[in-house]
Design a protein around this ligand. Structure first.
Ligand SMILES: [Zn+2]
Length: 311
């Protein structure tokens, strides 16, 4: 038992069960591998500090290897080391168990990565794996219809029942933009999760999973009851954007159809765009309340062009 206030630093092997109610910091000044030959239990008072300085497990980033089961709680502190700046899609298996992993860290610090990226913590049956994502961020509005930064009181919190029709509608929009049948089928297999994402995050994607923030970062979602029409929006900008008509249900809220279509774009292989339209476009890093983007033929062209690179 590692009591509150006590610490274990370094790499190597700890023989026997370890209950962490203090601080375990693998590697400390350098990265490495810590092995527990037994069960690892982290209590609500416990912290685990994991350094990440490269892609190689146990040498460039810290790994906790447990021969028994791992039961998690408390805090995970992530520390980027040196000038290492991981890329979107990089993964880091920071904890492995030969038996099972149960529970989750209640708090995770250090998830922010320079360049608008973030670590997403994934809990699997026998490991904990970090994935680098590039979240879609809520931006204050460009329009005059709403007050910048003011949450829409009537904006909607997300439920699974309300989300699924919008996922279907977003896939239909990708179909309308010309996406091929094989990729459309792939999109139907994507796992869509509702989560309480930190800060201004609206959504993120990694692998074949997308996450959407429960309350659109405080703005509330516009969950369109007729997502195949656009009665609440009128066109603005460079033919790729439309804006909520003042007083419509969409005003002051973040458009869920846009956010889902954006994250599906990542799953298809698109990265964030750097367009010149002040209203942004579907794959822009920021999404304003009031604004809708849908996939266009040029989005499909771009992802086909990406796939052609190097082939
Ligand atoms: Zn994005």
């Amino acid at each position: 038992m590692l009591a509150t206030g006590s610490r274990v630093f370094g790499t190597g092997t700890i023989t026997g069960n370890l209950t962490n109610g203090g601080l375990v910091s693998i590697g400390d000044s350098t990265t490495g591998l810590m092995t527990v030959t037994g069960n690892y239990t982290q209590t609500a008072a416990g912290s685990l500090t994991t350094g990440i300085g490269g892609l190689a497990a146990g040498t460039q980033f810290d790994r906790l290897s447990v021969t028994g089961s791992a039961t998690l709680g408390g805090t995970l502190n992530l520390a980027l080391l040196g000038a290492f700046n991981p890329a979107v899609g990089n993964t880091f298996q920071i904890l492995v168990s030969s038996a099972s992993v149960t529970g989750q860290f209640a708090t995770v610090t250090g998830t922010t990565i320079p360049g608008g990226k973030s670590f997403m913590v994934g809990y699997n049956a026998a490991d904990v794996t970090l994935t680098v994502t590039s979240p879609l961020m809520a931006a204050s509005t460009l329009g005059q219809d709403t007050v910048a930064g003011m949450p829409a009181e009537s904006g909607e919190s997300l439920s699974r029942e309300r989300l699924q029709p919008l996922v279907d509608a977003a896939i239909a929009r990708w179909s309308a933009a010309g996406l091929d049948a094989e990729r459309l089928q792939f999109l139907r297999s994507v796992a869509v999760q509702i989560a309480d994402l930190p800060g201004a995050y609206l959504g993120m994607a990694a692998g074949q999973t997308i996450w959407l923030d429960r309350d659109a970062s405080g703005f509330g979602w516009f969950v369109d009851d007729s997502p195949d029409a656009a009665a609440e929006f009128h066109p603005v900008g460079l033919d790729r954007a439309s804006q909520a008509i003042g007083g419509s249900q969409a005003t002051g809220r973040v458009d869920l159809l846009t956010a889902v279509a954006h994250e599906l774009g990542h799953v298809l292989g698109l990265e964030h765009s750097h367009g010149t339209d002040p209203y942004g476009d579907l794959m822009a890093l920021m999404l304003e309340p009031d604004v809708r983007h849908v996939p266009t033929a040029s989005d499909v062209d771009e992802l086909l062009a990406r796939c052609d690179v190097g082939s």
